[in-house]
Write a protein that binds this ligand. Structure first.
Ligand SMILES: Nc1ncnc2c1ncn2[C@@H]1O[C@H](COP(=O)(O)OP(=O)(O)OP(=O)(O)O)[C@@H](O)[C@H]1O
Ligand SMILES: [Mg+2]
Length: 230
């Protein structure tokens, strides 16, 4: 589903300083996997997800999604890929403050031609219900707690029924109980065939993964498979 072949990303901060948050990373993620990536702050996890979605371009190496090399795609094709095949849960707040919760959740549906508004709205409401937010559909993001906002973003990422969800610390603002509830929801979605690549600082979530990786200074290493201990 997603393959990285010797991918390196370097940012040049000025003419003398550069940083490579992703160094020679190779990985092969099959359809239906639940991947968890852990690692210290600044180790390159978000950059890795941004590369997977084609939002950041590698300096060297190849990134292949569903047999297509991202380097061979136009910006338009990349946008279509992101809108139709990928769901993204950003690490930082990404809800539009001028839209209410339901409007935020249904936003990706606007770009998906062939679906009518009523169907999109019903699906949005359904997702909010699954996330325990049915009564918040008409309120605005600023009226929500951080954890509720995270759940709205998760609902939005699921709207277009993506094949892959790239989730950057989707449970970071949740209490332990809600975190486990959300993880169980994500597991249920994964069991329907959706591939997950999720970044988290919670090592206790590793058992949810089919495989877990750790990033350290831009280098990715596999740390566990289902059934094996850390
Ligand atoms: N656009 C950019 N320009 C310059 N440097 C960048 C850019 N994006 C990321 N970096 C640098 O790359 C390094 C890794 O950043 P990244 O956001 O991938 O880390 P992270 O593992 O997600 O950290 P955290 O757990 O804090 O979210 C950081 O030192 C960061 O400053
Ligand atoms: Mg990050």
């Amino acid at each position: 589903m997603i393959t990285f072949k010797n991918v390196t990303k370097t940012f040049h901060l000025d003419s003398k300083t550069s940083i490579s948050p992703v160094k020679d990373v190779s990985m092969d993620i099959a359809s239906g996997e639940f991947i968890i990536i852990t690692g210290r702050s600044g180790s390159g996890k978000t950059t890795l997800l941004n590369l997977s979605a084609g939002m950041v371009k590698p300096n060297s190496g190849r990134i292949i999604i569903d047999q297509t090399d991202l380097a061979d795609m136009t910006d338009r094709q990349l946008s279509t890929l992101r809108n139709q095949k990928l769901g993204f849960v950003f690490q930082f707040p990404s809800l539009l403050s001028s839209l209410n919760v339901l409007e935020n959740v249904t936003l990706p549906g606007i770009f998906d031609q062939g679906q009518n508004e009523k169907t999109i709205k019903a699906r949005g409401l359904d997702l909010l219900k699954t996330m325990g937010l049915a009564d918040k559909a008409a309120v605005y993001p600023r009226q929500l707690s951080a954890g509720e906002q995270k759940r709205v973003v998760l609902s939005r990422s699921l709207l277009n029924k993506p094949q892959v969800i790239l989730a950057d610390e989707p449970t970071s603002d949740l209490d332990e109980q809600t975190e486990l509830e959300v993880m169980n929801l994500l597991r249920g979605i994964n069991e329907t065939g959706v591939t997950f690549i999720m970044v988290t600082h919670s090592l206790q979530l590793v058992p949810y993964a089919s495989r877990a990786f750790n990033m350290e200074n831009g280098i990715l290493a596999e740390i566990s498979r289902t059934g094996s201990k850390l």
